[in-house]
Design a protein around this ligand. Structure first.
Ligand code: NAD
Length: 263
């Protein structure tokens, strides 16, 4: 009897090509994921929001040896398309996509959901939900050999989390989009996941009032009694890009030390 040979851990994504959207700095969840993809041998293309953000992201893209490094503000008409056009031209295909962006104007995020105006709602949904749907649409024809799509969500989509407000509404829509797109693209061998990390002290999180309280609660009540790091999120996310995870799709994957099972 022969024991099956699994691929060497360090080269398990060797030859795979992925796009990582959402690195702002070395605390970004997208950076934790990009490091893990790279450590497993994948090549990653990296985007940055705008010129102001570029100087923070460029050294990280250099460390990742990213062959493609481009601006991408999903609110700028045509920029998303340009990124996928370049990937199509230079790589000809794509194996994975990581969407790790969200935004809500202060006026919308810091108020009650019942008071959110149309403009605040539309901007929140545009950046935090529709941009993923659009990227999935553009990635589909490039995922010729199948692939994996990821987006970042949060538990405030499922239950009311104090101060998460309209972002909870956007994340609920995002998780529903993941399920529909997973069903639509599954026959092509494309898997789609929402990754739901526990609270992490990132730039985006600093926009949520009393975020420290969320962190304290997670640390003291999560079954693992531990906060998660961007590397924890990165490693678990990269696992889902492996062939060994090829029949896992459409899920909301909690990487939160088990916090979501506690009342
Ligand atoms: N930090 C947490 O506790 C936590 C928990 C669960 C989920 N998330 C989610 O993880 C994702 C990444 O956030 P993070 O915590 O790493 O913070 P972050 O601030 O490092 O990343 C947010 C990213 O969104 C990008 N972005 C905002 N508007 C954009 C636009 N118009 N076009 C393109 N990019 C834009 C920013 O440039 C930045 O890179 C978000 O979806 C967030 O909701 C965060």
């Amino acid at each position: 009897m022969t024991i099956p040979v699994f691929p060497e851990t360090s080269v398990a994504l060797k030859g795979k090509k992925g796009l990582v959207v959402g690195i702002a700095n070395d605390q970004s969840i997208a950076w934790g994921c990009a490091k893990a993809f790279r450590a497993l041998g994948a090549e990653v293309a990296v985007t940055y929001l705008n010129e102001k953000a570029r100087k923070h992201v460029e050294p990280l893209a250099v460390a990742l040896e990213a062959p493609i490094f481009m601006p991408l503000d999903v609110m700028v008409e045509g920029e998303t398309e340009k990124v996928f056009e370049r990937i199509g031209k230079e790589w000809g295909h794509l194996d994975f996509l990581l969407h790790s962006i969200a935004f809500s104007p202060k006026g919308a995020l810091h108020g009650r959901v019942v008071d959110v105006d149309r403009e605040g709602f539309q901007k929140t949904m545009d950046v935090s939900c529709w941009s993923f749907m659009r990227m999935a649409h553009l990635a589909e024809p490039l995922m010729k050999n199948g692939g994996t799509m990821f987006t970042m969500t949060y538990y405030g989509s499922q239950i009311v989390v104090k101060n998460y407000n309209v972002m909870g509404v956007a994340k609920a829509a995002l998780e529903a989009a993941v399920r529909y797109i997973a069903a639509e693209l599954g026959p092509k061998g494309i898997r789609v996941h929402a990754i739901s990390p526990g609270p992490l002290a990132t730039r985006a999180a600093s926009g949520i009032p009393e975020f420290d309280e969320l962190m304290d609660k997670a640390q003291s009540q999560a079954p693992a009694r531990s906060l998660v790091s961007i590397d924890d999120v990165g490693r678990a996310t990269a696992f889902l890009a492996l062939d060994g995870a090829k029949l896992i799709t459409g899920s909301v994957m909690y990487i939160d030390g088990g916090y979501h099972i506690i009342d």
